[in-house]
Design a protein around this ligand. Sequence first.
Ligand code: 3PG
Length: 209
Amino acid sequence: PAFTALQVMQDAPVIPVIVLNDVAHAVPMARALVAGGVRMLEVTLRTPQALACMEAIARDVPEAVVGAGTVRSKADAQAAANAGARFAVSPGYTSAVGQACRDLGLSLLPGVATGSEIMMAQEDGFTQLKFFPAMQAGGPAMLKAWSGPFFDVKFCPTGGVTLQNAPEFLALPNVICVGGSWIVPADAMLKGEWDKITQLAKDTQALRK
Ligand code: 3PG
């Protein structure tokens, strides 16, 4: 793949989790984030417009690296790759999704919430993982507990992360970056407040490790 999962995680302190309901929002939203220093963009596969949005960003915003979130199946991975996604993020892990991403040349950040899931992902060669849903499943204390047995795994906690609690996650040695939707608020997109999104992205630069 052009970008490894580690490179995707190291590019900025936050991977934005983006839900797009309108293709017209995709390009200005991506440009707004890039202007704020955030270029690894996770567009979630949870709206009918998601694939068209990825295509638009891949075509019109060369400074951005578009990835697909909510990848739950081989078909999702295939559709995302066809739409120009260059990395994938999944809310959980199956070997089928892991293999599909490998075959497609998509780096994958697999979601895990238990020790067994970490072990399954590790068995398949994945050592950079998304901890999802991070706050709901135990927060920073869970990552501290995992740092013992899973000393060779790095995480991107996502789910319930905010500008306020991100520093506590990023202070942990086994956390490289966090994920979150707070830097792309739905109402800002609806109102076309792109400067606001740029500012939210800029605010995250102070979180850099
Ligand atoms: C999600 O899949 O919705 C993400 O984890 C985002 O969670 P958040 O909205 O709590 O940041």
